[in-house]
Ligand binder design. Structure first.
Ligand SMILES: [Zn+2]
Length: 256
């Protein structure tokens, strides 16, 4: 019986997550164009026809329409169902780690912002400032709702990675975007410095492997830039979900 109850709860959590994921698609598309995300019905980017209500059901509509626009038949980017699925998985992970709590809601909201950051950065190579402000706001909520991370750890987190990034940027001009630096400062406050360092480590490894891949396949030259935001977002998401656990496991592995 308990299994059924869990299945129902997690089923609803996933549905909630994909609905939010659907809204993230709107944010990712509209914020860089300076369009109001709350205003006006979604439309096909190709033929500009307004979508019907039954075309707006997350995941389901994409499958029913077989990935094509009802009006012009153009292919709908697989990114839409991908972001919806990511939203669903993030909701599941947040609830799996934190239970049905206020903490889970804060963590899920932060994961949603990080997802939006990642895709906007892929599209535009920029991270809008309001993303950092929302993350900082969630950090302030976390001060009260997640006291297991000390306030001092959060304050150190603001500077722990952002300051070295600024210094590195002074030495090698343009090594990081301002958006990446601000993202690390905001996430530092949200995560505390231990989880921040874990997240940054994952981002650097991920970005490094991708950079080597680009060089090896000659897709980009040595001086070219690629969006680092998605790797930072992924690292910070792991940091959010694991908290300080990876940090302490790492220390324990060296008997510290
Ligand atoms: Zn169309």
């Amino acid at each position: 019986m308990l299994v059924v109850a869990y299945a129902v709860v997690y089923g609803f959590v996933f549905l909630f997550g994909i609905c939010i994921g659907s809204f993230l698609n709107v944010l990712i598309y509209r914020i860089p164009l300076n369009l109001n995300p709350a205003k006006g019905r979604s439309f096909c980017p190709n033929c500009h026809n307004k979508l019907l209500p039954r075309d707006l059901v997350p995941l389901f509509s994409f499958i029913v329409l077989r990935g094509r626009c009802r009006f012009c038949g153009c292919r709908i980017s697989p990114r839409y169902p991908l972001v919806e699925t990511i939203g669903g998985v993030e909701a599941l992970l947040a609830v799996f780690v934190y239970g049905l709590t206020l903490q889970a809601l804060i963590v899920f909201a932060a994961l949603c912002v990080l997802t939006t950051v990642a895709f906007i950065d892929i599209d535009t190579q920029e991270i809008p400032d309001r993303m950092h402000i929302v993350l900082l706001g969630l950090g302030i909520c976390a001060v009260f709702a997640m006291p297991e991370v000390a306030l001092m750890s959060r304050i150190i987190g603001i500077f722990a990675v952002s300051v070295p990034m600024i210094l590195l940027d002074l030495i090698v001009k343009g090594s990081f975007g301002g958006g990446d630096i601000k993202l690390c400062a905001a996430c530092g406050f949200l995560l505390g410095w231990r989880a921040l360092l874990v997240g940054t480590f994952i981002a650097v490894i991920g970005g490094g492997v991708y950079g080597v891949f680009l060089l090896a396949t000659k897709k980009k030259g040595r001086k070219a830039h690629f969006a680092f935001g998605p790797f930072l977002a992924l690292g910070m998401a792991v940091g959010l979900l694991t908290g300080d656990a990876i940090w302490y496991a790492y220390l324990a592995a060296f008997g510290l």
